[in-house]
Every structure is written in C-alpha cells, then in structure tokens.
Write a protein of this length. Sequence first.
Length: 169
Amino acid sequence: MGRPTKIELASAFEQADSLKKHRIDRGHLAKSLYALSTQINGLENVLSTCESYLRSGQSVTDHRKIISAINACRTLDSAPSITENELECALSIAAKMREHDDDPDHIAKAILNFNYLKKHLQKVCRSAERYFYSGMQSSTLRDLESSIKNYHAVESRTSGLDTGNVNIF
C-alpha cells in the first residue's frame, strides 16, 4: 500500500473536512483520520525525543523532554477523541474501500497507514516508559533502541524507501 504522499494526505484531509462539514461521516472516516493523525503526532514526539536523548549521550534535559512527551501521550489516551468501536468501523470501511479500489481521495489509504504506524510507534512509547520508569537498566535501553530501529524499518518499507540498516544513533 505504501505511505500516502503529501498530495494524497492533503486530498484525504480535504475529503475528511467535507465529510465533517456535510455531517455525513457515518463510517467515522473523518473522525478516525483526525484522531489517528493527532495520536501519530504525539507518538512521533516521543520517538524524536528518545532519539535526541540517545544521540546526546542520555542528557538530563532530554530525559525530561521524554517524560513530558510520554505524559502528553497518556493524556491523549485518557481522553480519546474516538472510541475503539468507531475506529474499528472506520478501519473496516477503509479496508473495503482499498480492496475495491474505491479510494479516490486517499482517505482509506491514510487511515490504514496511520493505524499501522501508530501500532509501531506505541511499541516505542511502551519501551521508553519501561526504560524510564523501571530504573533505566541496560536491558530496557537495548529494548528501546531496538523498538526505534524496528519503527524506522517499518516506516521506510511503507514509504517505499529501502534504506537497509538505518543507523540512527
């Protein structure tokens, strides 16, 4: 499927805005697109602060930024903008749209891709939480580094770029 291009994302968000404006978001596509986008942004903030922390030699300042980013994600999770049922409905509709090649505005592609990336970013966030909230052990540090590398491998596969072994640290 691949990651949506900037043009495809713009089209998807235009379609989502139209669905919201005309109050015809029965399949929760627009709501899901915006919820997933918000979640991805928060999780990518955790990812980037973790990468900065690891590159900086584990500075205290970056440590604080990660804790703040993790807490921001927890806040998002505690007051979700979409229910699990709504998201499942949207994912089902999006999958059918893609299966039938009926996605002219790329909203289904964007939803499915965001959901896929979200799952991998959540692994990074959980690894970061384990590392920072369980005594910063070397084994949990290796798990954090591994989850970040795995995310980058997944992201490069979905974007169509095969960068091989990406060295981020």
